[in-house]
Design a protein around this ligand. Sequence first.
Ligand code: ATP
Ligand code: MG
Length: 252
Amino acid sequence: MKTIVTMGRGGTGKTSFVALMAKYLIAHRKTPLLLVDADPDQNLAEMVGVDLEASGRKTIAELLSETFIERGGTTVGVAPSKRIENRIWELGLYEGGDFDLFAVGTKWVEGCYCLPDAALKNALSAITKQYAYVLIDSPGGLEHLNRKIASSVEIIIDVMGPSSKSFAHVKRAHRVIREVGITFDNFYVVGGNGFPDGLDARAECETGLPYLGKIEYDQEVAGAVLAGRSLLEIPEGSAGYRSVGGLVELVL
Ligand SMILES: Nc1ncnc2c1ncn2[C@@H]1O[C@H](COP(=O)(O)OP(=O)(O)OP(=O)(O)O)[C@@H](O)[C@H]1O
Ligand SMILES: [Mg+2]
């Protein structure tokens, strides 16, 4: 199993990148594939053409709250991690033909986090083990790292924006991830669609991390996102998709 997590400042193109990576993995039969939307703002589903609410799916946060707060959170009987795992399979997971998807959501459990957090950690690792590839889309910034949706991943990719702050962000992200105890095999940097050309050497030198290349600006991608259309449907030949395919090949 390979888990790939995107990171980066707000608006650098993380979610579109995940959607295009999904398109590439599906096209190359790198399945079963699980997509995880860890952004409370939740727009990964839309970018891959899924309406979670209309398909009656609940977010992990909603399920945690129902399972451990509204239902009393007893530790007797079925183990807490098994209880939440069952509910995620049953009520949280969207199952599609090419990929499955769930959203983490916003409503977090208040009060003691220990039981739900530990239960969720075990449940998520049991669930993700069923897939060959797991793509996790993070919100912008670093705050979400405290939630530790995944504590051990293979690949982290920081998508850099055009601002000089992106360089500092990468270094901070790399440090904070290790501080919160998330383990990973490889940490890569890519340029988002707004990242200037010709800064490859600088990106690598300033961040001290391997720079893989750039996601090309693509009118098809921008148009699809604006119209709320699935990025899985954009043409194979589109520059944005082709550039993402090249990056995925490097990573895998
Ligand atoms: N390859 C691309 N070519 C052109 N426009 C793009 C491309 N990738 C993303 N965009 C545009 O950039 C904007 C931000 O993209 P996206 O939502 O993927 O960023 P994000 O990093 O996930 O943002 P957030 O931090 O808010 O989650 C969108 O309007 C999208 O249309
Ligand atoms: Mg996003």
